[in-house]
Design a protein around this ligand. Structure first.
Ligand code: GN1
Ligand code: MG
Length: 371
């Protein structure tokens, strides 16, 4: 047994999992948490798999509050799905309790760990392959928002203050530029100029919120394509995962993040940003999938702002990647030189591509909505 596998077995032993540990491996996905996949065999010889995950305390300073939010939301959803038999694909995300009776345990070398069931027969995609997947992913996130739309927003707590406060993200970037702690500003002036010239749009959604024209809801806050489990056989979305950032928020940031993550033909960290494009057919499929499940609770203003929100969150995410690049890659995990800069460039290319098509996007939304 390697040290890693021994370590996984040791962490798994703290959870109320049936059976004997068989094997474990690290799952390399996500920029934030450490994730392991562990298999257990029960007395009948059946193998079940579980996800063991350490919450990154640098990103989530209050991991116990994160767990409380996840428990609330998964309980709420699972009760409703069970009651209404509204279970896409028969699988939902469940937390497995620790042997300590809590929803998380401390690891052998510290840290807060939690355990989920592994959603079988599914896979995730980093880059969308066809409009069907885009539609399915959007439908799943819309359904998630719909399922929690009757959960009072006060029932979930803010775990990362200002997570989608785009003006604050902008201000933080300006501080990083000013400090230039890693001497990297000279290589990114073009990106800084691009962002600075769009400062005026950063506050649009929060201004609507402050004026009472938009309301906060329970939102997912990380609606990337690879946070949807897609059935390998049918290409249907089965379950939304990664509930760490479930918080009070604006539905529009969730929708926009879907467009950001599932309309470009290349990955978020593609080194050649000229390959990035917001593909209109993908956008249309996402609007259709999302509105199919979310139209019941969305207001007309929210629907009108769908295209804008995709531009705003792409800009916000570009700002975040650039800030981290300037501050020495402390937040997002990086795997190569200038990784965060490459990520920033794809986001800004997406903003540009959306700007060129915003009118067409809006026309489509209006047509669909009016229909
Ligand atoms: C982070 O690690 P992952 O992929 O779940 C980030 C999101 C970003 C995303 C960009 C808590 O999500 O906000 O949109 O990277 N999560 C957090 O890929 O900051
Ligand atoms: Mg995440």
């Amino acid at each position: 047994m390697t040290t890693l596998v021994r370590n996984i077995a040791e962490i798994g032993a703290n959870f109320a999992i049936d059976g004997t540990f068989v094997e474990g491996e690290e799952v390399q996905s996500g920029h934030i948490n450490t994730t392991y996949l562990a298999s257990y065999q029960d007395e009948e010889g059946e193998i079940s798999r579980y996800i063991l995950q350490r919450i990154n305390e640098n990103v989530f300073p209050k991991p116990l509050v994160v767990m409380k939010n996840i428990e609330r939301v998964t309980n709420h959803i699972n009760r409703k799905v069970f009651r209404k038999k509204r279970d896409f694909g028969g699988q939902t995300l469940n937390l497995y309790p620790g042997r300590n009776g809590k929803n998380c345990v401390s690891g052998p070398s510290g840290g807060v760990w939690r355990c989920y069931n592994y959603i079988e027969g599914c896979r995730t995609y980093d880059v969308v392959e066809n409009t069907r997947q885009a539609y399915q992913a959007a439908k799943a996130f819309g359904a998630f928002q719909d399922l929690v739309s009757d959960l009072p927003v006060e029932k979930v707590e803010v775990t990362i203050p200002g997570f989608h406060d785009t003006p604050a993200r902008f201000a933080r970037l300006m501080e990083a530029v000013e400090a230039d702690s890693c001497d990297r500003v000279k290589g990114v002036q073009k990106e800084i100029d691009f962002i600075t010239s769009r400062e005026s749009i950063t506050g649009v959604l929060l201004e609507h919120l402050a004026a009472g024209r938009l309301t906060e809801r329970v939102t997912h806050n990380d609606t990337k394509l690879n946070n949807v489990m897609i059935d390998e056989q049918t290409d249907e979305a089965v379950c939304v995962i990664d509930l760490d950032t479930v918080m009070p928020g604006l539905a529009l940031y969730d929708f926009g993040d879907l467009i950001r993550g599932a309309t470009s033909p290349v990955a978020e960290d593609e080194p050649d940003a000229s390959k990035v494009e917001m593909r209109l057919p993908m956008f249309e499929a996402i609007v259709e999938g999302y509105l199919e499940t979310a139209r019941n609770f969305l207001t007309p203003l929210e629907i009108d702002l769908l295209p804008f929100s995709s531009k705003l969150i792409s800009l916000e995410t570009g700002i975040r990647f650039l800030t981290d690049h300037l501050e020495g890659d402390k937040y997002f995990k990086v795997h190569r030189e200038n990784h965060n800069l490459d990520r920033c460039r794809t986001q800004l290319a997406l903003v540009k591509s959306i700007e060129g098509q915003e009118e067409k996007m809006l026309n489509f939304v209006k047509k669909w909505h009016g229909a």
